[in-house]
Design a protein around this ligand. Structure first.
Ligand code: TRP
Length: 368
């Protein structure tokens, strides 16, 4: 779905400079910068984010909820985006984070075996933990295990959603299995604070960072929550990191060549990025004259997500994207090689952090 359509047709709001300034003021008090994902429009849209900021400024706490469907053993670079961002928000606001592992979803939709999902789930949990969450304020749960605590809210939600609403919202059809139609209640339930005993008496508002494809769940959720006497959850949406195959394609765990995985070696990363789609021109002369098409250039787009320094990104944008008289100039190979450095380093840091995770720490994260 295009960013514009989401905003115009589905009633999301753009993240305005005013909102970003409010977040930046909070960040400055904590000696943090505004996150690059915010500075660069990677998270670009929201619903009711100002209510979360009002709560924070009025010293009312809130909690953050996000999740992951364990469809593959290793996360890829695109999967990391909401988790890195959520860990930043946790640091910024000092709040509780709950992370849902939808093992049920992948069983119903992907037709993976329970055994396979079990293995993927544990592996995904470790990748998520490696993103830097506060162990004392983070709870990761699998639906098949936590269902006992969620079921009353799941029932309340199911009672408020009709089949036709579910069909219209998710495109499910009569021929799909009945679990698929009702799954949405499972994904909505953690947006109700009463799903978690430690939050039950707090009446806290919920903020849900997510990729824009998850918005339909919470559009429905925002409909249902007030009828269950809970606040509507606030949402903040990111776009998608393009696949190595370029524009308009999403990274996919089932296509090893489409994505960089957090388990990849530096050699694999170099090979994949060198083979990625480029927006550079065919000949050196044309590149010098016309510059590259940055929108379709995978290496540049990955740098836009992950290079820490804004000035360096701007310099790359000019030197590579502008043709004509702008100097200095960069060629595709140079941009790719900078991208390889940045991404290899990110993956290495992730692997090191993941290697520190003990079974004891996993238990701590998975207990509330
Ligand atoms: N459905 C999501 C996926 O397939 C997982 C998920 C569950 C999620 N709850 C969420 C994502 C809340 C964002 C926010 O990966």
């Amino acid at each position: 779905m295009s960013e514009e359509k989401l905003i115009t047709q589905f009633g999301c709001q753009p993240l305005t400079p005013q909102l970003l300034r409010r977040i930046e003021t909070i960040a400055q008090e904590k000696d943090l910068d505004l996150h690059p994902f915010l500075r660069r429009g990677i998270f670009f849209s929201h619903r009711d984010l100002e209510k979360i900021l009002d709560d924070y400024e009025n010293k009312r706490s809130f909690y953050i909820y996000t999740g992951r469907g364990p469809s593959a053993g290793s996360l890829h670079l695109g999967h990391l985006v909401p988790f890195l961002f959520t860990a930043y928000l946790q640091k910024l606001f000092g709040v509780y984070v709950v992370i849902q592992i939808t093992d049920d979803e992948k069983f119903l939709f992907r037709k993976c075996s329970m055994e396979e999902i079990e293995i993927n789930a544990l592996s995904n949990i470790k990748d998520i933990m490696a993103c830097g969450f506060d162990p004392s304020k983070t709870f990761i749960f699998r639906n098949t295990e936590y269902i006992q605590n969620m079921y009353k809210n799941v029932l309340r939600i199911q009672a408020h959603i009709t089949n036709s609403q579910a069909f219209a919202t998710f495109g499910t059809q009569m021929s799909d299995n009945i679990g698929q139609t009702s799954f949405c209640a499972l994904q909505i339930a953690p947006a109700l604070y009463t799903t978690f005993p430690v939050l039950e008496s707090t009446k806290q508002r919920c903020l849900i960072p997510q990729g824009i494809d998850q918005d339909p769940y919470f559009r429905l959720g925002r409909d249902v929550c007030p009828r269950l006497k809970h606040p509507k959850p606030s949402l903040i949406h990111s776009g998608f990191l393009m696949s190595l195959g370029g524009c308009g394609t999403k990274m996919s765990s089932s296509e090893p060549k489409s994505a960089i995985f957090m388990t990849d070696t530096p050699q694999q990363i170099r090979k994949k990025l060198n083979a990625s789609v480029s927006g550079g021109k065919e000949s050196k002369e044309d590149q010098m004259l016309l510059g590259a098409d940055l929108k379709v250039d995978v290496a540049f787009q990955y740098l836009r997500y992950f290079i820490p320094d804004d000035q360096e990104l701007e310099d790359l944008r000019n030197a590579y994207g502008e043709g004509g008289t702008v100097t200095p100039k960069l060629l595709t190979s140079e941009v790719k090689s900078r991208c390889i450095q940045i991404i290899s380093n990110l993956v290495l840091v992730h692997q090191e952090s993941r290697a520190q995770i003990t079974p004891e720490l996993v238990r701590q994260f998975c207990t509330m």
